[in-house]
Design a protein around this ligand. Structure first.
Ligand SMILES: [Zn+2]
Length: 711
């Protein structure tokens, strides 16, 4: 039954060949004509991406192809290159993170999968893995080259004729070093990638030899013996490349010179069941040319069989004896000018935004800061206070690509807030501040993980129900445990005390931002509970006389001579209002964000030392890591002092730190501070210091009196 089907097919094929017995050079001319028409009429399909090929164009292409097929003898189905989104995504990553400005050609691989064919072409598929070629290729992979230029002008200046001669596998063909037809197939992508807008200007090529005139198509008559031979063909399940078939089964291409050309076939097993009956595979010319270098091969019969084992066509070629100086010319560009592929619309807007944010940061690594480690910004930040400082700070942190930000604030957005607190608008009035701030971040950057907690920050000297106090303390304690870096952005001195001691308890770094009316302070705190002890993490700091290690730096309360207490009650309206000059919070938050970035990038992180004298601008990847930055708007000046952790500090001194080693101790210290801040002074040692100072004052007075008296 199969025999009958073949007979029908062969009659059709043979008739056409008798009618069109012409020399190959004319066929080649026609082929190029077809190619030119095909490309110029169907620019959308020429890159072969299924994304670019509209449904509406398919019937038109099919009609065109059938029309052209009636006027041509030899047709070669273009082998095209199709790249999926994972390929582009990985290409972006490699260009940004590894290749950067290096334009060297890159080896890549493509896959010839059985199902990636249309009626008019078949595809080489590239995906993420194509950019990481394995040493040994899989059965259906071929090697190729990617050449990525840094500018569009460079790409447009490429001499395409010259370039394809360089890219073609001519050495393999001319040296006869090929072993299987797969070795004769290669491909190339040359392109310019505008990574910011996901626009790719691309030219693709699958080099194919232009067969010289001396190659002739012979008249072929199908015989019963041929039918029997082809009937015995048993394709392997994975048959992407041609095989040499004899009555004894498949033969290696090494043996081709020994075979009787009248009793063997070179078989292309097409898996497409409606393969064009006049067409041949794109790989055929290279293979014919390579075979012609073997003087014992005078002719070859090429059969194409579809996936139902139906014979599509047989072409019988007479192979010439090629002169040693035979001029080899390749062609095979998919188009004559770079084609633009914009993938912007295929990326989800939020995903695109996320990629672009990272992209801007990655671009800084190309020239400005090659050692920038962006992974270090992948940390969770806790912002205590969602007012003017918290809002501006969060915007600055987003710019560094931070994606995990949590606000703590128990207040609500008031009518006066939106004009100064940059994350709020009039519609937010009355909403919980922390929640409104977190929502605002999501409006700006939808993929950010912004959270909120409407928590009251317990303050010394502000008594409340003990149980309620401890509940709030434990909730905040939990947040400190689950975040990596803390910013203090509240608007009163005492509200910074509990966050300061919780950060010490958890060993978390803190940056504290405080505003006066026209001055600001940005300061990082020492880390951990060990005061005055050498920490292994900082033992190797450079100069013990000129620097203080990061964990031994003073905190916001270190220079105070009293413990924090209630500073807001019994104040007049203007005293309660913590207003500053309008531009000041932007300035202060800007410095806080950059101090954070410098610390995160420093090899010792928050343990980075601070110099006692001038800031070392080469301390880390982003420069210095000062302890404090104090700015004065009236004189437009700044200083960067460094101070040691105080031994009697009411927040970070050893007296307090020694009482933070258990939750119960924490509760006791906090309740003491809340209900009787005076006792805090006893615990930390300030009261003793005060007593000593008073005693010293008495001594001085006594001395003075007696001295006076003596005069
Ligand atoms: Zn302190």
């Amino acid at each position: 039954m199969k025999q009958r089907v073949w007979a029908h097919a062969v009659t059709h094929t043979a008739t056409k060949q008798v009618c069109h017995m012409i020399s190959i050079d004319f066929a080649t001319t026609l082929r190029e004509l077809f190619w030119t028409l095909y490309i110029s009429l169907c620019p959308l399909s020429s890159f072969s991406t299924p994304l670019a090929l509209s449904d509406a164009s398919i019937p038109f292409l099919s009609f065109l192809f059938q029309f052209l097929s009636r006027i041509m003898v030899l047709q070669f189905l273009p082998l095209k290159i199709s790249c999926d989104l994972s390929f582009w995504s990985e290409l972006n990553r490699l260009k940004l993170e590894e290749w950067k400005l290096d334009e060297s050609p890159r080896p890549i691989v493509a896959t010839l999968p059985p199902d990636a064919r249309s009626k008019t072409t078949y595809f080489l598929i590239l995906d993420h893995s194509s950019l990481h070629p394995p040493e040994e290729l899989a059965y259906n992979q071929v090697r190729g080259t990617l050449h990525l230029y840094n500018t569009l002008a460079e790409l447009e200046d490429v001499d395409l004729h010259q370039k394809i001669q360089e890219l073609a596998p001519s050495d393999v063909i001319l040296n006869g070093t090929w072993q299987t037809p797969k070795d004769l197939l290669t491909f190339s992508l040359i392109m310019y990638a505008d990574l910011k807008y996901f626009n790719y200007h691309v030219l693709t090529a699958v080099p194919s030899i232009i067969l010289p005139q001396s190659f002739k198509l012979k008249k072929y008559t199908f015989t019963d013996a041929d039918g029997a031979l082809l009937d015995s063909f048993k394709p392997k399940p994975r048959q992407e490349f041609p095989v040499l078939w004899t009555k004894d089964g498949e033969k290696s291409f090494d043996e081709i010179g020994l075979l009787n050309p009248e009793k063997s076939f070179l078989i292309y097993h097409s898996l497409e069941d409606d393969f064009n009956p006049d067409a041949m595979h794109w790989q055929v010319p290279n293979l014919l040319f390579a075979l012609a270098w073997n003087p014992t091969i005078k002719s070859i019969r090429i059969a194409t069989i579809d996936r139902n084992l139906k014979l599509v066509n047989v072409k019988h070629f007479k192979l010439p004896t090629l002169p040693a100086d035979e001029n080899v010319v390749f062609y095979g560009w998919s188009q004559k000018v770079p084609q633009l592929y914009s993938l912007t619309e295929f990326f989800d807007r939020n995903q695109l935004m996320s990629i672009s944010v990272d992209l801007n940061l990655k671009l800084t690594r190309w020239r400005m800061v090659p050692n920038l480690e962006l992974d270090k910004f992948n940390i969770k930040v806790l912002i205590i206070g969602a007012g003017t400082l918290g809002c501006n700070l969060a915007r600055g942190l987003m710019g560094w690509g931070l994606k995990n930000i949590t606000f703590v604030d128990c207040g609500k957005v008031s009518v006066s807030n939106p004009v100064r607190q940059s994350l709020f608008i009039a519609d937010d009035i009355g909403k919980p501040k922390a929640q409104a701030a977190a929502e605002a971040l999501k409006r700006i950057y939808p993929t950010i993980n912004s959270q909120s907690a409407a928590l009251k920050v317990v303050m010394p000297g502000h008594p409340a129900d003990d149980e309620e106090v401890l509940r709030d303390v434990d909730a905040l304690d939990q947040l400190f445990s689950s975040h990596d870096f803390i910013f203090l952005c509240t608007d009163s001195r005492e509200s910074r005390w509990l966050p300061t001691i919780l950060a010490l308890k958890h060993g978390k770094p803190v940056i504290n931002i405080a505003l006066g009316f026209d001055s600001f302070l940005v300061m990082r705190h020492g880390l951990g509970l060990n005061v005055g002890q050498v920490n292994p993490a900082t033992a190797d700091y450079k100069d013990k006389l000129a620097e203080i290690p990061g964990d031994q730096l003073g905190c916001y309360f270190c220079l105070d001579v009293t413990a924090p207490g209630d500073s807001t009650t019994n104040r007049t309206l203007d005293q309660q209002c913590t207003i500053s000059r309008s531009g000041l919070s932007f300035t202060a938050c800007g410095f806080a964000v950059e101090l954070f970035a410098s610390l995160v990038q420093h090899r010792q992180g928050p343990y980075a030392p601070a110099r006692l004298t001038n800031t070392d601008e080469n301390a880390g990847t982003l420069g210095g890591t000062p302890h404090q930055i104090r700015g004065f708007l009236r004189s437009y000046s700044m200083i960067a002092p460094t101070t040691l952790r105080s031994s009697v500090c009411s927040a970070c001194g050893p007296g307090i730190c020694s009482k933070l080693t258990s939750q119960e101790q924490l509760h006791n210290v906090v309740l003491t501070a809340v209900n009787d801040p005076g006792k805090l002074e006893v615990i930390c040692g300030i009261s003793k210091l005060q007593q000593d100072a008073e005693n010293m004052e008495d001594d001085i007075l006594t001395f003075g009196d007696s001295d006076t008296e003596s005069v």
